[in-house]
Write a protein that binds this ligand. Structure first.
Ligand code: PCA
Length: 206
């Protein structure tokens, strides 16, 4: 059993992205599943292409993408991705789209096929604040969540996928002031619990 876990590089004004920092720390094996870690750029197009290549190369059973949601107080497990791009800032290659579709002929939205409720519960059981979220935004994170679901629906129907947003690190919050944060240890432990929930789900399904 294999789980591909992706994190993003820093974007906007930030010099660090807690998503990749935490994904990088995950152990090689969690609950019997091999963990494959991948850093992807905060760039429309290339982010998804890298995930598609990693899926081809490694044949995972689950894809969990992780991104930063600055300002949120807890780890949020996304329920849904929408067929929409509407940027507040440009991506890391200068692309800034407004009111655009991800896939012209795609459905309006995809639900996560990752068991987001069980994943949230497992993170909470580890003593880490978490909740289900109903919006992954309209930037690169939502694009990746939508794109991976779309790809799996069409080409890899057995792969489950979903998205997890993580808060700012304390160092980022110290710089910005007045925003929530979570330690890297807690974020990494939360993601580890998420992988455990996914592995248990896959085992039961098999
Ligand atoms: N967060 C952004 C994109 C990359 C990231 O870590 C988002 O929420 O869309």
């Amino acid at each position: 059993m294999r789980i591909l876990v992706t994190g993003f590089d820093p974007f906007g004004d930030d010099t660090v992205n807690p998503s990749w920092q935490a994904v990088k720390r995950l152990p090689d094996r969690i609950a019997g599943a091999d963990i494959i870690r991948l850093e992807i750029p905060t760039v429309f197009g290339r982010s998804l292409e890298m995930i598609e290549k990693a899926i081809c190369d490694t044949g995972p059973d689950a894809v969990i993408s992780v991104g930063q949601a600055g300002g949120r107080p807890d780890i949020t497990v996304e329920r849904i991705a929408v067929n929409c791009i509407d940027c507040r800032i440009a991506d890391n290659e200068g692309t800034e789209l407004h009111d655009a579709k991800i896939r012209e002929d795609g459905p309006d939205a995809y639900f996560a096929s990752l068991p987001y409720r069980a994943v949230t519960q497992k993170i909470l059981e580890a003593g880490i604040p978490a909740s289900v979220s109903d919006t992954a935004g309209t930037f690169v994170c939502n694009y990746v969540m939508y794109g991976v679901r779309d790809l799996c629906t069409r080409k890899y129907p057995d792969i489950i996928s979903g998205f997890i947003h993580v808060p700012y690190l304390p160092s980022q919050a110290a710089e910005k002031g007045g925003v929530s944060s979570m330690s890297l240890d807690q974020i990494a432990a939360g993601l580890s619990a998420a992988c455990e929930a996914a592995a248990e789900y896959l085992k039961e399904r098999a």
